[in-house]
Design a protein. Structure first.
Lengths: 253, 373
């Protein structure tokens, strides 16, 4: 088979979603963000919602999420994405509104905004990337950093006496009456990518059906911050992150 | 007569300044109010919740979990081109400064009401004007300004709400209504503004092409952001902001003059202080002292040129504020040393009396002039 035969349209088995543009991503090779971005783009395209979606970008590695998906975006101050999303959704109830936030943004500086938006049952989807570290600022300790895990501000490993315990905010959000769907997924294997796609699609559909707040946590790798290769990161995540943040649905009403 | 005509009949009502803001917001087609309770301005949200405008105009009213959240809700709403507002009092407005800086940089239109109380810290719940610096010099981080309106009556609370939205959308900038506990709490007669319908989405798409209402296939994505990693790009944004502020300074100065034509002594005061000073000026006139009052209505843009002109006509100026003396700096900059500019103020929630102001005028300006001449 020649190259020209291979690239014939009828042989096409996979294509980049049209919602995703050609801007080169700033994410490190091996980072989970790119995969989750692509899933969101695919879902928006499949739901035919490109004209009806407003994304809220965080502060953190995903601060430039707005550069990659061709939808309308607002970029929030650190931690405030759920407050922006609340207003956008209430003023434009027919739109799909989602936030995309990291662990520092969602579970540290934005804890109040996150909990109260979820508790009010805002009809938004929260996509939560948990890699247990502040990636953008250079690998500092996050609220979700595991006990014993090294970071630039916990160089000897997270110590409970000094730093307190990791915060399982997703578990906390599942307790709130305002949330309808709270799930924890990952994107380190083909199967897990497919599950995460289903989860995000469900979260988007829930918010359009007015069922309340949906939270999809994606336990992710940060190979630069963890100082591991992408492959080692996946192994480390399975061995260390998953026991602390077990995958699966925490709530599905 | 149909309902809409009935609604637009001029009707004199008696209400608090805070209530007037709430009524005016609904009437001028505000889309969303987001607030957090704090004395002495809680009647704004209370009135809105009682009016239930979501049943009439469709306006959203939401009690947020903090002022941090409410100002960021305003960011979200304003980013959609919706007429969005919040209100608070001094400590709450301090908490909003992060959000206000972001909104100023993202060039979003919105209205923020500060019904000032005594500070610093938790301070008091009594009226104050000590947030002048915070209001007109920026407040949060970075080089930005807020158009700042200083109402001195319940009527102006209503009128400034309408005007604030107009200015916010004209210049794509946050507009601050800087009132104080007296103006917020006192009851006066007021004629509420006529009803304007909320803008439709088509009208918003037309007038705010930058708004995030969802991306049609015909345009590029709209992105509301205050971030730019390139220093050159950030300087360009700053230069654009500064050009806008110069334009505002050129076009939007508002002030009121009282007994100024033949004045030998000029009192400069805003808001509640200006009302006290008006009485003091009347008392001075009764004693044969030719005093006048200049009341800045816009604090940014400041009536620098107008005050500067008086520096050539009067023998001295007295600035009166419910603070340790903040606006007096701007009066002195306008006068640039040509005549003495003195200050009288009370702090911590105390409103000065007309007698005190008259005494200060005599001691600090009039007598001094007599001695020197």
């Amino acid at each position: 088979m020649t190259i020209n035969e291979i690239i014939r349209p009828e042989n096409l088995v996979y294509d980049k979603p049209k919602v995703m543009n050609d801007t080169p991503m700033h994410y490190c090779p091996g980072c989970s963000h790119g995969v989750v971005h692509k899933l969101i783009a695919e879902i928006i395209e499949e739901m035919n919602f490109q004209e009806k979606t407003i994304g809220i970008a965080p502060v953190g590695c995903a601060v430039f999420a707005y550069k990659y998906l061709d939808i309308d975006w607002q970029q929030a101050a650190h931690g405030r994405a759920p407050a922006l999303a609340t207003a956008v959704k209430r003023l434009l109830p027919e739109r799909l509104v989602f936030t995309y936030q990291g662990d520092g943004d969602l579970a540290a500086i934005g804890t109040a905004e996150t909990i109260h938006a979820a508790n009010r049952g805002e009809n938004i989807a929260i996509i939560f990337i948990n890699n247990g570290i502040y990636g953008m600022t250079g690998g500092q300790m996050a609220p979700t950093t595991l006990i014993g895990m090294k970071s630039s501000t916990s160089p000897n490993g997270r110590n409970v006496q000094l730093n307190g315990n990791p915060l399982d905010i997703t578990k906390l959000l599942a307790q709130l009456d305002g949330t309808c769907y709270v799930t924890r997924q990952s994107v380190h294997t083909v199967a897990s990518v497919r599950k995460t796609k289903k989860a995000i699609r469900k979260a988007f559909e829930n918010s359009m059906e007015g069922k309340g707040t949906s939270v999809v946590e994606v336990v992710s790798t940060c190979n630069s911050g963890w100082k591991l290769t992408p492959e080692e990161s996946n192994v480390w995540m399975v061995e260390n992150m998953f026991p602390a943040y077990p995958l699966g649905d925490l709530k599905d009403l | 007569m149909n309902d809409s005509k009935k609604q637009n009949i001029e009707e004199v009502r008696l209400m608090k300044g805070n209530e007037a803001i709430a009524h005016a917001a609904v009437r001028c087609g505000c889309d969303g109010y987001f607030g957090y309770p704090i004395t002495p301005q809680s009647e704004i949200m209370e009135t809105l919740m009682e009016l239930e405008p979501w049943n009439t105009t469709g306006m959203v009213v939401l009690q947020a979990e903090s002022e941090t959240s409410s100002i960021n809700m305003v960011y979200g709403g304003a980013g959609c081109g919706k007429k969005s507002m919040t209100s608070s009092s001094s400590p709450g407005v301090s908490l909003m400064q992060e959000g206000i800086s972001y909104i100023a940089c993202a060039e979003l239109p919105c209205v923020i009401v500060n019904v000032m109380r005594g500070g610093p810290g938790l301070g008091t719940i009594q009226p104050s004007q000590a947030d002048y610096y915070q209001s007109v010099k920026g407040g949060g981080h970075g080089d930005y300004k807020l158009i700042t309106l200083a109402p001195a009556s319940v009527q102006e609370m209503a009128d400034h709400t309408v005007m604030a939205f107009d200015l916010a959308f004209k210049y794509l900038t946050p507009v601050l209504i800087l009132a104080d506990g007296v103006i917020g709490q006192m009851m006066e007669k007021v004629i509420l503004p006529p009803f304007q319908p909320r803008r439709t989405e088509e009208e918003i798409r037309e007038s705010c092409p930058w708004a995030t209402l969802g991306k049609p296939s015909t345009r590029k994505p709209n992105i509301i952001t205050s971030l730019s990693l390139e220093a050159e790009e950030m300087e360009t944004i700053n230069l654009r902001l500064q050009r806008k502020y110069r334009e505002i300074e050129k076009n939007e100065v508002l002030l009121e003059e009282f007994s100024c034509e033949d004045a030998e002594y000029l009192v400069v005061a805003f808001g509640t202080s200006a009302r006290v000073c008006q009485k003091a000026v009347e008392m001075a006139r009764a004693e044969g002292i030719k005093a006048g009052l200049l009341r800045p209505i816009t604090l940014f843009p400041f009536p620098t040129i107008e005050i500067s002109k008086y520096a050539d006509k009067v023998k001295g100026m007295l600035t009166v504020e419910m603070s340790a003396g903040q606006m007096v700096d701007d009066v002195r900059l306008a006068v640039n040393g040509r005549v003495p500019v003195e200050f009288y103020g009370r702090m911590g929630g105390i409103v000065p009396s007309p007698d005190e102001v008259l005494k200060a005028l005599k001691e600090k300006i009039v007598t001094r002039q007599l001695i020197e001449n």
